[in-house]
Design a protein around this ligand. Sequence first.
Ligand code: GAL
Length: 417
Amino acid sequence: MLRKLLIGTALASGLAFAAHAEDVKEVQMLHWWTSGGEAAALNVLKQDLAKEGYAWKDVPVAGGGGDPAMVALKAMVAAGNPPTASQMLGYTALDYAAAGKMGDITAIAVKEGWDKVVPAALQKFTVYEGKWVAVPVNVHSVNWLWINKAVMDKIGGTEPKTFDDLIALLDKAKAAGVIPLALGGQNWQEATMFDSVVLSTGGPEFYKKAFNDLDDASLKSDTMKKSFDNLAKLVTYVDPNFSGRDWNLATAMVIKGDALVQVMGDWAKGEFHAANKTPGTDFLCYRFPGTDGSVVYNSDVFGMFDVSDDRKAAQAALATATLSKSFQSAFNVVKGSVPARTDVPDTDFDACGKKGIADLKAANEKGTLFGSLAQGYGAPPAIANAYKDVVTKFVHGQIKTSDEAVTELVKAIDDAR
Ligand code: GAL
């Protein structure tokens, strides 16, 4: 991976040097979209840019959730060699902007009227001190269950409406000899699942206070302790080989019917799509029990760096392509996410995508749209990392009790503030 990265970087800087005064007709993009579904979605963008005459200089850094990618990006930026753009989450673009590393694409935003169609919740992460520094690509949400339909039929299961229903359903799968819960034991996957558990256990107000406002009393509360109890219950349903497993391999277990369910963001649907599976027939998407009506979201953005003048035209082409209505539909259908603009029809989306679009709209109107702490939308990266660390230690037994987990969580978040 590092070799690929270095070669990509060397090629890009060589080309930039050679082209000099003329526009560089390529987009160099750092991202972590390396699974089947993710790569298929990215292809939509590559093709759109090819039509505009721009070549694609890929800088993939594998690792779901993007932590390894963000380490690689930091090194490129520190070396004075930023990509044209990078996939980013949450506060990252704002942090780079504060450090003076981002470009300014406000002129394109104004010309294309982005502020009227991009939801305010996303603009908060793409506009820094009145300037557009990033382009939102999509809106994902994490509070979903992905279920194999044939296994569900075999065990006579129905949609779980409460956490206890979910436990009963997992018990049925276990009794039938199927792995009940497909989980990849990596910190970001465990924390992404815990986002849903906390929302389900404490309700929308509690999620907001604890994971968006970082309210001390909520973080230390009995409800947080109960959330860890519920997480511990869920973890008893995973198979012994879950440690370190990639998220898309966990999705594949559900696709194949080796496992009943995965709790994961809707990028998992991109894997079902890539495997030609249809919702309602092959798989089922339900909101995590007790969370219907709320959306815990994250949004992939392309952070636009302050590149040399000869690379600005390519960056502008990327920005325009990314927020075009046709791309927003075509890309998000494949990716499993929903559009980052409010005026894209849901016509081409499958049933889960249509529900995702409707849920986002309703949550936005009702005030039940919350940033995912695990995905960097609840708080800045240092706090998100502290959270992931505590959750993974709890799941893997280094933190033994829910009481201890709450104490460690409060301490880790305080230290990171
Ligand atoms: C998320 C990202 C998604 C998906 C996922 C797994 O952080 O927002 O687009 O890529 O990681 O890699």
